[in-house]
Design a protein around this ligand. Sequence first.
Ligand SMILES: Nc1ncnc2c1ncn2[C@@H]1O[C@H](COP(=O)(O)OP(=O)(O)OP(=O)(O)O)[C@@H](O)[C@H]1O
Length: 631
Amino acid sequence: MAQRVAVSEVGGGRASKRTSRVRVAVRLRPYMEEQDEKGEGPCVRGLGPQSLEITNWRNATETLQYQFDVFHGEQSTQQEVFLSSVKPILPHLLNGQNASVFAYGPTGAGKTHTMLGSPEQPGVIPRAVREVFHLVREQEREKGDWEYSIGMSYLEIYNEKVLDLLSPGSQDLPIREDKERNILIPGLTYVPLSSFSHFHTHFIPASLNRTTASTKLNQRSSRSHAILLIKVVKSQRGPPHRQLTGKLYLVDLAGSEDNRRTGNQGLRLKESGAINLSLFTLSKVVDCLNAGAGRVPYRDSKLTRLLQDSLGGSAHSVMITNIAPEYKYYFDTFTALNFAAKSKLIVNRPFVRETVSSSAPVKRPSDEQASAAAGEPQRKRVKEGHEEEEKEGVPAGAQPHSPAVSTVLDRLLALEKLMMGSPERERLNLLKTVAQSRREIQELRDKQRELEAKALKFERADQDKGMQGDSVLCKTELSSLHRKQSTVARPKKQQAVVPPLQVSQVQPLQQCAVLCKPSLCSSNKQHGPVLKGKENNKAEDSCISNDWESRLDQSVLQQSQQKILEILNSGTLKNLKTLQLVGDKTAKLILGWREINGPFQQVEDLQKVEGITAKRFSSFIKANILGTIGR
Ligand SMILES: Nc1ncnc2c1ncn2[C@@H]1O[C@H](COP(=O)(O)OP(=O)(O)OP(=O)(O)O)[C@@H](O)[C@H]1O
């Protein structure tokens, strides 16, 4: 599990070589109806004071559990966050040590709320400053031989420029390092403070100078990293007149952004690039510090350069990762959690299950596939505490995607995997490619939806008028899109064409190599009320559950089984996990079985592996054969 707890008790000020880890807290914002247009419910929930779980978009039957130093749930108050994550580090300032607290997370997840708060619910900044004054007054009372002074600076980093918020209109300020490795910003306004209310008179107007702009996601989205510096200078009244300075950085980071979702363009896009770059560097720095790496890339961004003497080394740092529970934030949340945690646990027990009522409009599988592929997790209704057998035998997350979408999705998955272990520049390039893939998926999804809607309209018209002519046109257009998707995605390989529902109805089943994927058959079922009666649906259901193999060309079937057998017999753990319905645990069981019993003679032997029942095997074989053909 992620172990980032041990903020070392450093006795000797900045000269100490000991490196503190960054303490990681996660705060989950309350679920907000208005942020969830589709009414999908939350995709993440707390499990305890240090852990949470999120649904696994790769497999809807699993959740991913994460552990942190602290988890602040939806109900957590500003006071609780302050007391457990921030207050403990403040006394170090009075010993000449540095500290930093920064709020990280996607746009709209609650960073500003956590750091700044509101007059009714003040956040970390006002509480921390008040506490610093309190600690100083206490020390002054107890130890009369030292005198203290407190002062502030306030700046923002916007588009990699350092701007003074206490002196609006100032130019980009340089960042320097003195002989003792203290970071300085020559020209930055420094205001000595006499009291907490004095702090307020400077801080509030300066906060309004912060560069904010409206994006689709957050009306006052922070476009810059706002950094408040509180300095405590402790001077000995008598000889040898020692002086100690402790710096506290309180940082409200700009939101990490997915530009596809925010709709950023032009200047906003440029801002977003700078934001993501510095956050990326910050993540590298935190990773290096927590891994005890020799070289920490502080200099790669202004943000980390500025925080250099207050992040790592002898400084005490806390990162509060803010996350949002709505599905539309799923990937941002997922990324933020992966940044914050070093490891995670996959659990085969979803905390959500499908409970779409029969009267509710049913979402078509093509939409499901496309939305999962486009970076949104499978849609689910939440009902906790129960588990239900999968009705179709194939879990929602295991349903095959249309060839084009799954090709892009495969690429996306591969890229994401690759990114985890790549050096920084490579990761940036990969990030770009990932964004491009996501865009492609989105475009394919939109086009597919549009044509399916069109086809459905024609189908209805046909039924009313008893005519076929027009719909053929649309069906042809739709099937040509599918063909186009296949060829665009993989021009050189021969592609299995997956005809949409309407096409498979008018074509004899044996004409195509692949005729009916379960998702498409169930798509058929869901169009049922429009297209046919209930009994036909039933008949078709049984065709889906029992007859799918007979719909396939036998040689194709054999080839696919052979391919699966090859993976089962020679695949590594990683290869095995590429099979549908094979997670980490099953892959390990397969490897174990193979080691003891030798190669599988036929795919059916898989049922000899512990936990693979006949039902599971049948789902496995169905999902994988159709998946293999689709590739
Ligand atoms: N813990 C919370 N309790 C109640 N409301 C919250 C909480 N966290 C956030 N909010 C509300 O959610 C909205 C978005 O929060 P906030 O502006 O803090 O997000 P942010 O992460 O700072 O976004 P950005 O990066 O765009 O500035 C605000 O209306 C805020 O009041």
